[in-house]
Each structure stands twice: as structure tokens, then as C-alpha cells.
Design a protein around this ligand. Sequence first.
Ligand SMILES: Nc1ncnc2c1ncn2[C@@H]1O[C@H](COP(=O)(O)OP(=O)(O)OP(=O)(O)O)[C@@H](O)[C@H]1O
Ligand SMILES: [Mg+2]
Length: 557
Amino acid sequence: MSSVPTQAGGVPILVLKEGANRSRGREAQHGNITAAKVVAESIRSALGPKGMDKMLVDNFGDVTITSDGRTIMDEMDVQHPAAKMMVEVAKTQDNEAGDGTTSAVIIAGELLNKAEELIDKDIHPTVIIDGYRKAAEKALETLEKIALSINITKQEYLKKAATTSMGSKIVVEYKDYLSDLAVKAMMMVAEKKDGAFTVDVDDVKVEKKTGESIRDTSLINGIVLDKEIVQSGMPKRIENAKIALIDASLEIEKTELDSKINIENPAQIEAFLDEEETMIKDMVNKIITSGANVVICQKGIDDMAQHFMARKGIAAVRRAKKSDMEKLARATGAKIISSLDDISPADLGFAALVEERKISDDKMTFVEGCKNPKAVTILIRAGTERMSAEAERSLHDGLCVIRDLINEPKIVAGGSAPEMEMATQLRKFADTMPGREQLAVKVFADALESIPTTLSENAGLDPVDILSELRSRHGKGETWAGIEVHDGKVQDMSKANVFEPLSVKKQIIKSATEAATMILKIDDVIASAKTKAPPMPPGGMGGGMGGMGGYPGAGEY
Ligand SMILES: Nc1ncnc2c1ncn2[C@@H]1O[C@H](COP(=O)(O)OP(=O)(O)OP(=O)(O)O)[C@@H](O)[C@H]1O
Ligand SMILES: [Mg+2]
């Protein structure tokens, strides 16, 4: 494909490098919208408690089975730039709210779908973008208005919201058990400041080990490391542990350069080895002098160092993860030391018990009764690795939902009641608006209705009947009318115990609008010569996801 020559006095001027692809205007918009829509379409069937799961196979043949929106999007490995922007929607939603990723992508796709219909009617994208922004503002306002304030110390709604978020996952059978653990864990690490609670999901450490069943998942009052005590001669149980956290190698550093030592007699070999031993002994002595009886090292520990420590009754763990070191520092009050020369008794942390325990076939190290009681670990157990990975993802959603509620204690009922209420209010709002933006606001309302439609479709219900009943009930002022997919009826969702954080819903509107408007604003796609235009696989991306093309028909000028 040639670059983009422009005629000037009959001589073509090449602006872009040979091989660059370019598409503009309507063609670029159409390509981008189509790609984004296909991505949204592919994730639709995963929405809600009756949604289906996806089996994703990566380049190495590793299989992931999930119904989690973010994971599906991540694993899909899309090539098209607009499709990649949809993956970003899921990421933003996950980072900001932790749940609602599937909904955000579906709504973004539908906003683009509806926008295309308007573009076909010669409404300029800028008008649509303005309309969408106003609609999003109004939708957020509506959400704020209908949201209910909760008292988080009672924990009742934290549990209900966590159960709702886990109710749409493969682990649904254990949703009550897991949400109980999640609420307990988050309340243990929540901090009260100036009358309000704050919490961070990272304060709850999640470890997983295959074996047993999800019901054996437990909450541990401390930090669990997926590491064993490094040498069999070391104690496996230390009470009143004084812990040194070391971010330096307890080995003799090998030089980068090749060096040669000329040895002329056996005594020199001995002297050389003695020197090494002395250096290691020196290191260990520094630890002993500090009074530590447990060493957790982020790097390696030399065999000889292990031996010396074992002789002194010191237990050691090596190659601990950086994130674990930071958690341990917070939990035990230890300071992470990067040079052994600096170690002093004041740097040590404290835990009532450090113990290696056998979990299934592996050994793990438990650090319990920490100085700071706000250190907890949830140890996930599940029959297979795939199940424990999905349990971890689901628990993550549950923990995030609880965090969202602790940080902003407001809820809405689910089952598409809020989306329907927003749509209803938006249609009223549209009537007050002049001109073409009105159309954009109206289609925004239509796009929100993709949630009840999809929830019903996935539950095998008739979306047309349900949508008309929902519209009419919301028209009569029934704010919480939604579809309960288990019994297939439109009902007051605030009585159906399906609750979600207000912040998740708000973020869905924000992420979806942002992505849709960003994609709509693009009218020129220039792919540099280096970026190889993705091939157009026959029949689309495979996995039944429909035809997703390569770059929007790269135009030649
Ligand atoms: N019992 C129920 N009846 C009807 N709708 C429900 C029920 N439980 C949950 N929902 C709805 O299902 C939707 C959430 O589904 P799901 O968890 O699959 O997607 P998500 O939260 O958008 O994305 P993800 O969890 O993958 O990040 C919400 O709209 C929620 O209100
Ligand atoms: Mg969810």
C-alpha cells in the first residue's frame, strides 16, 4: 500500500512513509465503531447471574474459564486500535470500581451503535458527543438522587452487595460463604478517620492453594506467604518472632566480569574458601547481633548462610515477593533493610507466631498475631487451579464492592432498575432540550436499556415484554422496578436483596461515555508503516465472536 501522495504541480508529494495506512472520515468512524461493537457483542452473553462463561486460550495454550469482564477483555488480545480502547474501558472500570466491567463495555458498545445510526442520519459526531456528555451528567444526577444511604457498621448491605457481585460468577454456589469472609476481612482493615471509614483492598492479602474445596477458604489474622522455611534444620515454629525484612542478597555476589585467580598451592585454596566463609559468617553475625529470630529475604540466601542461621535457631524465608515484603513491613512494624550494615534491633518487626504449615502438598509460612492487627489474609482453597483462579477474581470483585461502599456508603438496587430509571429520566430531560442534541440524549437512554435487554436475553426471557413492562412501571414512578433473573419477573429490586454500590454504577456511566465519545471523535486513522495492519481473519476473531476486521479499510489516496 502506498503512503499518501498529494499532487502538487503534477509531482506527487509523499507525506507519510511508504507502507503507512490511512483511513479518514466516515470510513474511519465506521471501522472504529464496528470494531468496538464487536468487542461489546462478544462479552454480552457474560452479563448477569445467568450469563455464560468464556473459555479463553492464550498463545501458550493456557486455558482460563471466567465470566469476569475485565479478564475476558484482557485475555482476548485484540489488535484493532478501537477494540483496544474498549479493553481500556474494562481496565478503567476495574481499577476505579472493581466491578461492573461487563456493563461498562456493553453500554459503550451500544452508545456507539446508536451513534452510528445518528451519523447515518447526517448528525455530526460533535453534536452526538455534546448530547452524550449532557446525558451522562443527567444520568449521574439521577443515580445520586435515587441512591440510598447505608450504615456500614451494620454490615448488612456490605454483605448483600458482595453477594450480588459474586452471584454472577462461577463461584455462585459459595457466594454467601465468600462474601462473609470478604466483609469480615475488609472491616478488620478499615480505619476510622474523622468519623468516616477508609479502606484499601490491598490491605487484604489473597493467597490461593489448590486442594480441598472453596468452603475451606479461610480468613487468617496475619500474613500468609506462599514460601517455605528455607532449610530443614531451621525451626518451623517461632513464638514471639522478631522479624528482619532484608532486601539484600545473603550470598557472595558473583562479579559480572570473568576473573582468574592463580593458585599455586593447596593452602591458597583453603585461604580463599575461608575468606568466603568469613564473609558469610560476618553477614549472619550482623543478623544475630540484631536479635532477629526470623529472616525474610527478598533475594537469595547462600547454603552456608542458611546453615549458620539454622545453628543459631533462626528461621529464614528467601525470595519473598516485593509486595509481601511491604505488607509484612506494615503488619509487623519492621523496616525493610537494604544493607546488612544498617541492621539494628529497632528495624525488627514483631509477630506472636511465625510457623510453617503444610497446605496440601506445599508448605506455606504463616505470620500471625502481628504488631499491627490490620493485617489479614484470605487463603483460597479450591479443587482445581482454574477454580481457585476464578475464585480469586470473584473475591476481588467482592472485596472491591465492599471497599466502594465503605468509601462511599450509598447503594442502589440492581437488576437494571437504576439503568431503567436513568433512561426514564433522560427521556424526560430530552424533551426539554432544543435541537439535535435531543436525539443524542434519547439514544443514550436507549443504550442504557441494553442492560435489561441483555440480562433478560441471558436468562432466556423475552426482552421485548420485559422492557415494555419496565418502561411502564418506571413511567409510573416505580424507581426500583427491575428484572430478577432467577424467577424471571419484573419486581421491586430493593426487596429482592440485589444491591450494588452507587460508585460502581456511576463509574459505569463515566467509563462508557468516555470511551464512546473518544472513539466518536476520531475521523482519521493513520497507521505507521511499522505497525503491520492486522490481518483480517476469515470469519472474524474466532471463538464465535463475529467478524472483526483489521484496521478500518485502509484507504489509498
Ligand atoms: N438476581 C439478579 N437478578 C437480576 N439481575 C441481577 C441479579 N444479580 C445481579 N444482577 C445484575 O447483573 C449485573 C452484573 O452482572 P455481572 O457481574 O456479570 O457484570 P458486571 O458487574 O457488569 O461486570 P463484571 O462483574 O464482569 O466486572 C448487574 O446489572 C446486576 O444488577
Ligand atoms: Mg459484577
